[in-house]
Design a binder for this molecule. Structure first.
Ligand SMILES: C[S@@+](CC[C@H](N)C(=O)[O-])C[C@H]1O[C@@H](n2cnc3c(N)ncnc32)[C@H](O)[C@@H]1O
Ligand code: SF4
Length: 397
């Protein structure tokens, strides 16, 4: 099997705290006291110590929750531990931030320790919609925090935007797009609203208080692709857009991961994920994928801390798929990327030949106008990408 006896090159860390829960969000996080956060930080450092020998991260991603909610002291504890464990030299190191919890001190601290990419949850630049979503920040805070991040030296910033938000019109979406594009970030991640069970937004939907308009959502997506591409972004995944150059100094970042069809400022951490690479996942509810085994940590911060305080990892479940099934999942996932699957790369990652086991499925997609075969790869067409979930399902074994 091609799977590694060598080091894992990606690290995801889940920070399970938010100042307040947004009305749509089902990620594992809670509003919490400083005491539990301190306990979490100590537990996280222990978990890092347990995997450090097996880890040489090229990409690191601190997601959440709201990693920027940790205070300076807590961040310093995490960063010093990472330095001590030699986990601080990633080519790409992202931290997710909420615009309400960014300060110059914190941004500089992160930058000084090697964090070089920030992903900021903007969602919308319309005050009413921010309110509707239960966001704790204003539109002004978005602009202010963005300036702070630039001032602290971040030259690779992503903005998260949401569309098809209840009551959002095409006009408000266009206005947000115009302003977000004018900020000249290097990357945009976009999300169509998902009505997740056990969220206030889901309850409103069930109570008939929300008018879902799928045609408008499709039009908003088309507008998004048109506007971002016109503004010089390259769409490299269904909902992710990156620049080829840094807008500040015009330098081209080192191309990610050897595929010339992936733009320089693509999120390399996610590219590794979509292309079936392994990664350690630390923190409550985090998933990991190492040596073909998928693990999931307990989605309970107290329990997570209890386990680590006893010197044990906090793994709730382990799942090992048969190699062909695993390759099928990897095929399906990678097709979300516009660059599709280079055959060689697929073989290297999974040990299987895409052209051998999935020839019929690829032909069917080509006949349908959803797939495109090239000399070195298979990819979805523009239309195929719209229906990527259905297309990808064909590859599961
Ligand atoms: C973990 S959050 C990002 C960072 C930070 N917690 C924040 O919100 O500012 C990742 C992103 O997922 C998106 N998201 C979360 N829940 C969603 C949902 N139900 N539907 C669509 N997008 C969602 C939001 O755009 C959010 O920024
Ligand atoms: S969207 Fe971000 S800030 Fe809002 S609850 Fe989810 S993780 Fe927390």
């Amino acid at each position: 099997m091609p799977e590694s006896s060598h080091s894992v090159e990606s690290l995801y860390v889940h920070v399970p705290f938010c100042a307040q829960k947004c009305s749509y969000c089902a990620f594992y996080s809670e509003a919490s006291s400083g005491e539990l956060i301190n306990r979490y930080v100590a537990a996280l450092v222990r978990e890092m110590e347990m995997v450090a020998d097996d880890l040489k991260p090229r990409t690191i991603f601190f997601g959440g929750g709201t990693p920027s909610l940790l205070n300076l002291k807590q961040w310093e504890q995490v960063l010093r531990a990472m330095e001590r464990l030699n986990l601080n030299r990633a080519a790409e190191w992202t931290v997710e931030c909420n615009p309400a919890t960014v300060s110059l001190d914190k941004a500089k601290l992160l930058r000084d320790f090697g964090v070089n990419r920030i992903s900021m949850g903007v969602q919308s630049l319309d005050e009413n919609l921010l309110d509707r979503l239960g966001r704790i920040h204003s539109r002004e805070m978005v602009f202010k925090s963005f300036d702070i991040l630039r001032k602290a030296g971040f030259e690779n910033i992503n903005l998260d935007l949401m569309f098809a938000i209840p009551t959002q019109t095409m006009e408000t979406w266009q206005a947000t797009l115009t302003e977000a594009i004018a900020m000249e970030s290097e990357h945009l991640s976009t999300y169509e609203v998902i009505y997740e069970e056990d969220t206030p937004l889901f309850a409103q939907l069930k109570a008939g208080e929300i008018d879902v308009n799928e045609d408008l959502a499709c039009d908003m997506y088309e507008e998004l692709v048109r506007r971002t591409v016109n503004a010089g972004f390259q769409q490299y995944e269904i909902a992710n857009f990156a620049r080829e150059r840094n807008s500040g100094n015009g330098e081209t970042a080192k191309r990610g991961d050897g595929d010339p069809e992936i733009p320089a400022f693509a999120c390399r951490h996610n590219v590794n994920y979509w292309r079936g690479g392994s990664f350690h996942g630390l923190g409550p509810s985090a998933t990991g994928y190492v040596g073909g085994v998928r693990t999931k940590n307990w989605s309970n911060t107290q329990m997570y801390c209890d386990q680590l305080e006893k010197g044990k990892r906090a793994i709730e479940s382990r799942e090992e798929l048969a190699p062909l099934a695993r390759a099928g999942e990897t095929a399906a996932f990678g097709l979300r990327m516009v660059a599709g699957w280079p055959f060689q790369e697929f073989q290297k990652t999974t040990g299987h030949d895409l052209r051998q086991h999935w020839a019929e499925d690829m032909n069917r997609l080509i006949e349908q106008g959803w797939g495109k075969l090239r000399e070195d790869r298979f990819q979805l067409t523009e239309q195929g990408l719209r229906f990527a979930d259905s297309a990808a399902e064909m590859f599961l074994r």
